[in-house]
Design a protein around this ligand. Structure first.
Ligand code: PNS
Length: 164
């Protein structure tokens, strides 16, 4: 049986923490679909196309051949069924992530029995990193080096400062 993973999220914008999970997942699974989905609790800074483009460029720069990036506006489980995937990959940073992730994993399993959620512990060096904290630093012109890929720094900073 082929194990095909979906790594879902808002990715607004993608961080080096997300890319670390994508790289590690690409070594474990035959195929990894990165799915940009709607989180109704958030209002994004970048359009879905902009977010997809940033991830596609970063994935190509890392040479990850078994990773595809998609935009989907429905339920995560419907995207999973459409792609014939069987695993949801999520990164887990700290205990604070756990409750929300636990609830989503159980709900997704209730909606689609065949799917399992697997958590990857975020690398230590990215354990404090989130898209929100990147936007906060960028808004005030802080240094994003090491937090996001170098070639995304200017566009993230520019947009964050415009939205201030
Ligand atoms: O990066 P985020 O914002 O924490 O990702 C959350 C996301 C987008 C994965 C989640 O909100 C989601 O799955 N949205 C799609 C709609 C859906 O399936 N909701 C039910 C999940 S239990």
């Amino acid at each position: 049986m082929k194990n095909i993973a979906v790594y879902p999220g808002s990715f607004d914008p993608v961080t080096n923490g997300h890319l670390d999970i994508i790289k590690r997942a690409s070594r474990v699974f035959e195929k990894v679909y990165v799915a940009i989905l709607v989180n109704s609790a958030k209002s994004p800074m970048f359009t879905e196309e902009e977010r997809a483009d940033m991830i596609r460029r970063s994935v190509a720069a890392m040479g990850l051949k078994n990773v595809e990036v998609h935009i989907f506006s429905g339920l995560l489980v419907d995207f999973i069924s459409q792609k014939g995937a069987n695993v949801i990959v999520k990164g887990l940073r700290a205990v604070s992530d756990f409750e929300y992730e636990f609830q989503m994993a159980l709900m997704n399993h209730k909606l689609l029995r065949e799917v399992e959620t697997m958590f990857m512990m975020t690398s230590n060096k990215y354990s404090y990193l989130s898209s929100s904290i990147v936007k906060e630093v960028a808004k005030y012109g802080g240094n994003l080096s090491g937090l996001v890929p170098d070639d995304l720094i200017d566009e993230i900073t520019k947009r964050a400062m415009q939205k201030k």
